[in-house]
Design a protein around this ligand. Structure first.
Ligand code: ZN
Length: 185
């Protein structure tokens, strides 16, 4: 995987190294709280996005890069979301990382492109999962005559990705269409 900017965890290890060792944890990573937290985020994201990739629509080629830069930015800002988890010990991923996954879900509806995704934490539900409000700003393909169906599909995919794949509780989902694009753009 090509990564343009490195990001160092507080222990000195690169986030990319944690990503590369996701399935083979070394002694340092087994003991290091920074590495363990980063690894849990990356594992949650990998499984969430893997399920999305398994959908029949083509995967945007820069998906992994987008996830990595979101995680990197968010580790810096320290703004993490708790995910509901079957096992004890909460899993945290970043708001931006969740936004990346939801954006990908919206894109896979076809005939639309997600331009911006805003994820805002508004509370915590009984299971400990973060309750979030999501706003997706979309561009629709010029000539798309099934706009209502398309938006319903986006709503379905984003809701499914948020609740069953990412594990957050979606309180509200606003879809805003603000633009059109032409094929080949
Ligand atoms: Zn470490």
């Amino acid at each position: 995987m090509e990564v343009n900017q490195d990001y160092e965890l507080p222990c000195g290890r690169e986030l990319e190294t944690v990503w590369e060792n996701l399935d083979e944890v070394d002694d340092h990573q087994a003991d290091c709280v920074h590495c363990r937290t980063a690894r849990e985020s990356l594992l949650a994201l990998r499984s969430a996005t893997q399920e999305l990739i398994d959908e029949p629509d083509p995967t945007p080629p820069d998906l992994v890069g987008r996830i990595m830069s979101a995680v990197r930015a968010e580790v810096r800002r320290g703004q993490m979301l708790d995910l509901s988890a079957a096992e004890p010990g909460s899993v945290e991923v970043s708001e931006q990382a969740v936004a990346v996954v939801l954006r990908y879900a919206a894109d896979s509806a076809g005939n639309v492109r997600a331009r911006r995704v805003r994820v805002r934490k508004v509370g915590v539900d009984d299971s400990g999962a973060a309750q979030v409000e999501v706003e997706v700003t979309l561009a629709t393909r010029l000539g798309n005559t099934s706009g209502a169906d398309t938006l319903a599909r986006v709503r379905e995919l984003v809701s499914a990705a948020a609740t069953s794949r990412v594990g957050i509780s979606l309180v509200s989902l606003n879809l805003l269409v603000e633009d059109v694009y032409e094929d080949g753009e």
